[in-house]
Design a protein around this ligand. Structure first.
Ligand code: NAP
Length: 550
């Protein structure tokens, strides 16, 4: 017997399953629906007290999706698409979490999801060819297949602020926001970090805090979402033409229609045409601007023309020219660090109760009992909010003790070799273990929902193939992994991304091996490569029929 966080007694699970899925966010929920629907017995372990993954944990004020909700929805069920109506163009966290809960109920997923459970270890048993999965709740289950739906931005990075343990006020992380209400009214608040999470919560905190001090290390590029109520006519049109929309997504560079690349280079049109295009995309809102031309991710001059346009917009929004200059990004090409999408971010710095501290000029020395010392000055706070990012792409898997053949640990592999994989789906030495949107897939640089549905569908087909052919193990061929890793690097090196320190390259986590971790060779190309491997009898994998004795 084990006690759950809610105090209920439960019997630890010692069952044997076809598939164990780790994580009940969008990826894990769809994997469960798909794989269970194909007749597999499935068990899902989830750390949270509810489903939703990233939309369960990141419940900070202002959290909302930065891709239009129409494109950030499941597509596998026309009924679901027809039933669910987003109220805003960019859904807020509560609505996204409600959507996850609706899906869990609508498809009867909860009966196979065990909440409040941390998976501690997954060990491949060479004798049985099965995975043994153990949890902090005493569960010891086995599975023929392991599906890691652990998320790309789900493991907060370690707090690298000396003295943080001394702070006596309220301390919050955006990535682990509490479920209870947090009030900033009448409080002196310090906020560290100006990536997507910081940029979303800062305007909301500023609305009620007595005073807000924002500590910015790197000024980023942020585009206004121009969010508003959902356009019901557009939603209906989208639904009526859903097959065409899904085809257009599949054929686009990033899997998203809103950021579909225009046909021209920014350098082959006149300055006037260039500006007109940027204005149009700016008015469209969010990341639409990345598709203004076909070479903003590739050509330095084209990229700079877009960066200059956005800088100008920032200067227009901020009243104090000195503050504006601090907010204007100059350290990296636009888009090479994940661009942010905001609602009134820059305008927030026109408020009397908001102050910006540039920590490159005034480095944070340490956190004290009362606040933060930066540039020799102590800032006192009642509340400190950290939006300092994630151990992205690999962190959610390396925190679990995953061991494949010969006790090989995924942590060691990725620490030594970087985030290697074949197609972002699997890693050599870890038979029958598959990842959803893993490192080496387009992942965070593509359509996430599309990736979840594609990868889970691919895994479902693969399991059926294995069953039909009475095969027991499928594992990545080392040479295929080597070639794919080289292809990921080659594709990244055609762009401006790898030149910059970012969480895409692992540079935000001290000691992490630097490598670009997402595939940039084109969305359709990626999907085709995966599907062609399957059509070719799972080219790049070794399949064997070792008898199962579990
Ligand atoms: P992030 O992009 O990694 O930003 C972390 C911020 O904290 C950066 O400004 C970083 O500065 C700063 N920072 C980190 N450690 C620091 C330190 N010791 N001292 C001072 N500053 C420090 O993390 P995030 O904002 O949580 O976003 C991560 C990703 O999650 C996003 O890029 C996006 O893909 C996703 N996300 C999406 C949404 C959405 O869909 N709406 C919302 C939030 C997040 P440096 O840049 O100098 O390192």
């Amino acid at each position: 017997m084990a006690e759950s966080d809610s105090g209920q007694l439960r019997v630890a699970d010692t069952g044997d399953y076809d598939v164990v899925i780790i994580g009940a966010g969008f990826a894990g929920m769809y994997s469960l629906h798909k794989l269970r629907g194909e007749g597999n017995s499935c068990k899902v372990f989830e750390r949270g007290t509810g489903v939703g993954g990233v939309w369960y944990w990141n419940r900070y004020p202002g959290a909302r999706v930065d891709v239009e909700s129409l494109e950030y929805s499941y597509t596998f069920s026309a009924d679901l698409e027809r039933e669910w109506k987003w109220t805003e163009a960019y859904a807020s966290q509560p609505e996204l979490e409600a959507y996850c809960n609706h899906v869990a109920d609508r498809f009867d997923l909860r009966r196979d999801i065990q909440l409040e459970t941390n998976v501690l270890a997954c060990h491949f048993q060479e004798d049985s060819g099965r995975w043994l999965v153990t949890t902090n709740k005493g569960d010891r289950v086995t599975a023929k297949y392991l599906v890691m739906a652990t998320g790309t931005l789900s493991e907060p990075k370690d707090i690298d602020l000396p003295g943080i343990e001394n702070f006596k006020g309220e301390l919050y992380r955006t990535s682990k926001w509490p479920r209870h209400e947090v009030s900033f009214a009448g409080k002196r608040v310090g906020e560290i970090g100006t990536g997507s999470s910081g940029i979303q919560c800062i305007p909301e905190i500023a609305k009620t805090a007595e005073h807000l001090t924002v500590f910015q290390r790197t000024a980023g590029f942020s585009m206004p979402s121009n969010n508003g109520p959902s356009d019901t006519r557009r939603t209906q049109e989208w639904f009526d033409r859903r097959d065409e929309m899904h085809r257009r997504q599949r054929e686009s560079q990033l899997g998203l229609i809103m950021s579909e690349f225009g046909p021209n280079s920014a350098m082959e049109v006149s300055e006037e045409e260039r500006r007109k295009m940027y204005e149009e995309r700016w008015a469209q809102g969010g990341i639409a601007i990345v598709g203004s031309f076909n070479d903003l991710l590739f050509n330095k001059d084209s990229n700079e023309s877009c960066a200059a346009f956005v800088r100008e917009k920032i200067r227009e929004k901020v009243a104090n020219p000195q503050v504006a200059e601090k907010l204007v990004p100059t350290s990296h090409p636009i888009f090479t660090k994940r661009p942010c999408v905001d609602t009134g971010y820059y305008e927030t710095f026109n408020r009397d109760n908001v102050e910006l501290v540039d920590v490159r000029e005034n480095p944070i020395e340490r956190v004290t009992e009362k606040g933060v010392i930066a540039g020799g000055k102590e800032y006192e706070f009642d509340t400190l909010v950290l939006a300092i990012g994630f151990d992205a792409m690999t962190g959610a898997m390396t925190r679990i003790d995953i061991r494949g053949r010969g006790g090989k640990s995924i942590k060691d592999v990725w620490e030594n070799e970087g985030p290697v994989s074949f197609l972002g789906l699997a890693v050599a030495g870890f038979p029958n273990m598959f990842m959803i949107a893993g490192p080496g897939s387009p992942s965070v640089l593509g359509n996430m929902m599309g990736a979840f549905e594609h990868n889970a569908g691919w895994i479902g087909n693969m399991i059926r193939y294995m069953r039909d052919h009475q095969l027991q193990t499928i594992e990545v061929d080392e040479k295929a992994q080597e070639d794919w890793t080289a292809e990921v690097e080659r594709a990244a090196n055609l762009t401006l991304y790898p030149q910059v320190d970012s969480w895409y390259t692992g540079a935000n986590v001290p000691g992490k091996k630097r490598a670009f971790s997402a595939y940039l060779g084109g969305w359709a190309n990626y999907l085709d490569t995966c599907d062609n491997s399957a059509a070719d009898g799972y080219r790049g994998f070794r399949l064997s029929g070792v008898k199962e004795n579990a």
